[in-house]
Design a protein around this ligand. Sequence first.
Ligand code: RIB
Ligand code: CA
Length: 347
Amino acid sequence: MNHIIFQLVAVATLLACAVPASATAKKVIFDTDPGTDDALALMLALNSPELDVRAITVVPGNVTASQGLENALRMVSLANRCDIPVAAGAQHPLFQKLITAEFWHGKNGLANVELPASKCKVDSHFGPDLIIQMVHAAPHEITLVPVGPLTNIALAVLKDPSIVPLVKEVILMGGSIAGGNVNAAAEANIYNDPEAAQIVFQAGWPLTMVGLDVGDKTLFSRKYLAQLGQTHGPVNDFIYAVGKYLVDLSAQFGSLGSPMYDPLAVGVAVDATLVKAPEMHVDVETRGEFTRGETVANRHGMVERNVLHGNHYVIEALDKVAPNAKVCVDVEADRFLQLFVSRIKGK
Ligand code: RIB
Ligand code: CA
């Protein structure tokens, strides 16, 4: 009898070992406005065994929708991943004009690095439709990683709200609880489509906000650039060129390194222990004269209840507000940067 049990255990062990890495990896849809830091993030995702990038959807932001699509197709071609569907999405924010950021990302959005023409073909789906289709095809398995304005994600929710309970998690780059980067209040991804962001933050799914609060503590400096300069490969050399552009640009503004905004969102998908992320209720301001696009986080989870008494209000209670996001407030920056370099070196 023991002999039979031993054989059963051996077979079960072999089957477990025989499971291909991708079958255990986290299934991810990457929504992006490529974008220099988007490029670093995508190459990290494609070279992390913990992740299985199932689709890339493109959103206008750093560059126009058409430039972003071209950039995404060239990058998956560089990485020899034409198997990953790349789909165009929204062509503009929900209610405002697009604001592009060639000022920061270079004329073509990829640090003016000219990649070879893509060997890959664009997927025929509209990005939000592809998200809907893939979430229904793999319920409770898909993690959405948006690292641009949230237009595509909002359109997917508006078109089919039933995807919300079927999405495993949303890990987004965006927002800040201590001031903006485009102005005093707003971070770029939120600022470029505040209405879309409010839809995404209020949808009710598990959401992690990887904002400026941790990105600004995670600086890709010449130290890490030099490490990438010691090895070579098509992806390695591309990321080195983009990284050099970013480090040089940061130096022009007196900074020792370039914030790893988008790559850190992928980092959190790879290893959530990299960050400290308390739960908070977050709303997105869509009307403020000075604050449109601000992510307004309630750290204490309470709102004072004011009751009218004659000609004035009196505070009579504290009402709880349910958290809707894990907000990243601290990060093991060097551990993430070492992970990033280790995944890109020599690829
Ligand atoms: O504020 C930083 C964000 O805006 C990053 O996603 C960057 O790529 C830009 O889209
Ligand atoms: Ca981006």
